[in-house]
Design a protein around this ligand. Structure first.
Ligand code: PLP
Length: 499
């Protein structure tokens, strides 16, 4: 494909993409193909001779579209959104055009420097304490996912804990102490923390324990629960070194009680004293709300913690992937993740005057992801981002209000919180397991119909339905439609009429 052909192909592709977005609400939101559908539609191998773009493009509609679940559809109310926007897409386009695995500053100074600048902009917008800025001892780095961010932080925490608690030892004593400690070290999260913390512990080779949370605290971790757990772990001879706290848990968008957690830790594992517990704040989804001043009080305790992460690609109009990780002391991350083989050495890295983001992440190569963040921040402006968050939060309140009007059919479990409403179906006849059964039936039937897509979860042992109104294209009429479908399906199933 030469540049002229590229221009024609790109124009045609953009036309198709624009038309896709303009009509996306009319497509069935969840794919209903059967496993293996695509193998039947594609040849056994690539063509011997290259094909024309027009022929390739045709297969998008006929072969790929049927197997897509349309995350950008306003009828998508499942999981958390994976937002997309036109400025975000333009960022991806330029990133592809400039493709370079810019692992060191000299590999493309603009890639590193723009990342540092936009992440500092974002840190201020999110009201993170100054210690997370690059102008202090901290800084931000774009990761591919919140899960990778947690792995990096846990590894940094593990190494820091071992280094600081064994610094008085040497030789065989040091080796023995490290081996023993590694077998006792435990990473913590609450029952409601995302599974990525448990996975990170598997990767980091440490134990994982979750701390129970209950309806009484709205499924948020509190200092009291943490203190109890720490006492118990101490009695078992375990050594807690890392804790994930959450701003917006996956099931219910609960916000852990950061102030009381900080206060308990100042007694049990005081910050800046060897053996302190690294506290990560996982704001993968709801962290985006911090662009609005009405949520700024939530960050007050972050100065006592060690890292914070939010995915701009969930709720902040930026295409996947843009997980923004901030650390209070970049040295902790770099100490754990830096290696310097001879082929990566260069005068700029050795000068100590530049940032080499390869030392802040798992892979070596990295994409130019800050471009799309820059485009999004500039296109929407602070006010535009705030308007998006407020609009979708309000839609969540509207939806929850509708649910409240049918107390005969629905019972709210939590929320609306950060555009998420969690509820159960009220069974027609009381009986053991009836509520879970009907809620599951309604959930599965609604998704089978495919007009809207919602998710379920289990919260405090109860089967629940989650509806999220944070999609970039969300509008009241789609939430009203979801409500109507939920009412119809519930009434049909409660009456024994299978829809
Ligand atoms: N943390 C929370 C609170 C989440 O809800 C999710 C996913 O939805 C994750 C972490 C994992 O995100 P990622 O896919 O970026 O690893």
């Amino acid at each position: 494909m030469d540049s002229k052909q590229f221009k024609e192909a790109a124009t045609s592709a953009i036309d198709e993409i624009v038309s896709y977005y303009d009509t996306i609400q009319d497509r069935r939101v969840v794919s209903n193909v059967q496993p293996g559908y695509l193998k039947k539609l594609l040849p056994d191998g690539p063509p011997q001779d290259g094909e024309a773009w027009a022929d390739i493009q045709k297969d998008i509609e006929s072969k790929i579209m049927p197997g897509l679940t349309h995350w950008q559809s306003p009828n998508f109310m499942a999981f958390f959104p994976a937002s997309s926007s036109f400025p975000g897409m333009l960022g991806e386009l330029y990133s592809a055009a400039f493709t370079a695995p810019s692992f060191n500053w000299i590999c493309s100074p603009a890639v590193t420097e723009l990342e540092t600048i936009v992440l500092d902009w974002l840190a201020k917008l999110l009201n993170l304490p100054d210690c997370y800025l690059s102008t202090s001892h901290g800084g931000g780095v774009i990761q591919g996912s919140a899960s990778e961010a947690i792995v990096c932080c846990m590894v940094a925490a593990r190494d820091k804990y071992l280094r600081e608690t064994t610094s008085h030892l040497s030789g065989i004593e040091l080796e023995d102490a490290i081996a023993y400690k590694r077998s006792r070290m435990v990473a913590l999260g609450s029952d409601a923390a995302h599974s990525s913390t448990q996975k990170a512990a598997q990767i980091a080779g440490v134990r994982y324990r979750s701390i129970p949370v209950t309806k009484e605290t709205d499924f948020a971790l509190t200092g009291v629960a943490l203190a109890e757990a720490l006492e118990q772990f101490k009695a078992e001879g375990l050594e807690p070194f890392y804790l994930t706290t959450t701003l917006g848990t996956t099931s219910t968008c609960a916000v852990d009680d950061f102030e009381s957690i900080a206060s308990i830790l100042s007694k049990y594992a005081p910050p800046d004293v060897p053996g302190e517990i690294w506290v990560h704040v996982d704001g993968a989804y709801a962290g985006a709300a911090l662009v609005c001043p009405e949520y700024h009080h939530l960050t007050t305790a972050f100065k006592h913690f060690h890292s914070f992460d939010m995915n701009m690609h969930k709720w902040l109009l930026t295409n996947f992937d843009a997980s923004c990780l901030y650390v209070k002391k970049r040295k902790d991350l770099i100490d754990a993740l830096s290696i310097m083989p001879s082929y990566l050495r260069n005068e700029f890295s050795e000068s100590g005057l530049v940032t080499d983001y390869r030392d802040w992440q798992i892979p070596l190569g990295r994409r130019f992801r800050s471009l799309k963040i820059w485009f999004v921040l500039r296109t929407y402006g602070v006010k535009g981002l705030q308007a998006h968050i407020r609009k979708t939060v309000k839609l969540g309140e509207t939806f929850a209000g509708l649910i409240e009007t049918r107390k005969d059919l629905f019972e709210i479990v939590t929320g609306p919180s950060f555009a998420l409403t969690v509820f159960t179906i009220v069974p027609k006849v009381a009986g053991k397991g009836e509520q879970d059964r009907i809620t599951k039936d309604v959930y599965e039937t609604v998704n089978k119909r495919g007009e809207v897509y919602i998710t379920s979860s289990v919260v405090g042992g109860v089967y629940v339905i989650r509806v999220v109104s944070a999609n970039p294209l969300a509008e009241e009429k789609y939430l009203r439609k979801a409500f109507r479908i939920l009412v119809e399906t519930t009434e049909e199933l409660r009456d024994g009429r299978v829809p």
